[in-house]
Design a protein around this ligand. Structure first.
Ligand code: SER
Length: 328
């Protein structure tokens, strides 16, 4: 039986991943943790504990005896050690540029010690990477899996360093660590925080609330994007495929769609004809300009059968329908 620990469970990916894992593996077998208080959507769905991803002793203690206090955990799962970790705690690109020191300390510090712990305790590990590993020297269109990789943000530097560490721990210690390079992720259940691609979530909220949106990126800034449902499915799929299918222990490129602020606004206008968009690029424009416009994910498709289900049209219809209900 799998016993899963999610670190960073209250973030944009963590909330939906925790809910999906609980559905699949049983509520009591997925321990959600975060440094912040429990997300409202997780309340009552399974065990939760406060955890600082940089506190090596606390993480180790929880892995060995995953019984958070104050939560009703069924007796059969008490005392069973953690078998799989999803390490999602991180500072993203925009926040990372405001505080590069903390970005390095959190993103690298947590990964380093959880890699060691995973070797010691024979744990299977998921750790996410990002399109932010690529810098201006990589081809911007259909960016290949393997190419020149020179990230220019601290976030990208931590992600690329992390990928190399994951590959090293796999080769040197046989650790089963798996990773994907997420594009910008778009979700309605949980909120993004501190990323350059966050505009593509904000725009839907503002379209419904105000009928207009001022975008912090310029109108023709193309970036690779993905609907959260696809991202969660990709994450669980790569963790479940037989080990021999995981040919790369660097993170896999993942792709679903690519659009600009102008294109997403046009798509929203099909549903809300009076919607207006303005552009006021800020510091995040420079970050976006260093990233790919679109991604070649043929390795993920060939190795473990990755295939996205949502394009801009389908995602926009889903986002507006779900957010309309949420904002009632
Ligand atoms: N969505 C992330 C960001 O914008 C990219 O990984 O920082």
């Amino acid at each position: 039986m799998e016993k899963i620990l999610v670190i960073g469970a209250c973030g944009q990916i963590g909330v939906e991943l925790t809910l999906a894992l609980r559905k699949k593996y049983g509520n009591e077998n997925v321990l959600a943790t975060d440094i912040k208080e429990e997300h409202p959507l997780l309340l009552g769905t399974g065990p939760f504990a406060i955890l600082d991803a940089m506190d090596a002793e606390a993480v180790r203690a929880l892995v060995k005896a995953p019984t958070p206090s104050g939560v009703g955990v069924p007796t059969e799962s008490v005392g069973k050690k953690i078998t799989t970790i999803y390490l999602l705690a991180a500072l993203l690109s925009a926040t990372g540029e405001k505080n590069p020191k903390l970005a390095w300390e959190l993103n690298m510090g947590s990964l380093r010690q959880i890699l060691d712990l995973s070797v010691d305790e024979k744990i299977k590990l998921f750790w996410p990477s990002s399109i932010a590993v690529f810098g201006v020297t990589a081809p911007r269109e259909n960016t290949p899996q393997k190419t020149i990789i020179e990230p220019t943000t601290m976030y990208g530097i931590t992600k690329y360093t992390g990928e190399l560490l994951c590959q090293y721990y796999n080769r040197r210690f046989g650790l089963d660590v798996r990773s994907v390079r997420y594009p910008g992720l778009i979700s309605w259940k949980s909120e993004p925080g501190g990323g350059t691609t966050d505009y593509a979530v904000e725009i839907y909220y503002e379209a419904l609330k105000q009928g207009k949106y001022t975008c912090f990126l310029s109108e023709n800034t193309y970036l690779p994007m993905m609907y959260m449902d696809d991202a969660i499915r990709a994450t669980i799929e790569i963790m479940e495929v037989p080990v021999e299918k995981v040919q790369s222990r660097m993170a896999y490129n993942l792709s679903a769609m690519s659009f600009s602020p102008r294109e997403i606004a046009e798509e929203i206008k099909k549903h809300i004809p009076s919607f207006e968009i303005n552009y006021m690029p800020d510091l995040r424009q420079k970050i976006a300009d260093s990233w790919p416009k679109s991604i070649d994910d043929s390795a993920a498709r060939a190795d473990w059968g990755w295939k996205p289900e949502f394009n801009l049209e389908k995602m926009t219809a889903e986002m507006l329908k779900n957010l309309k209900d949420k904002l009632k």
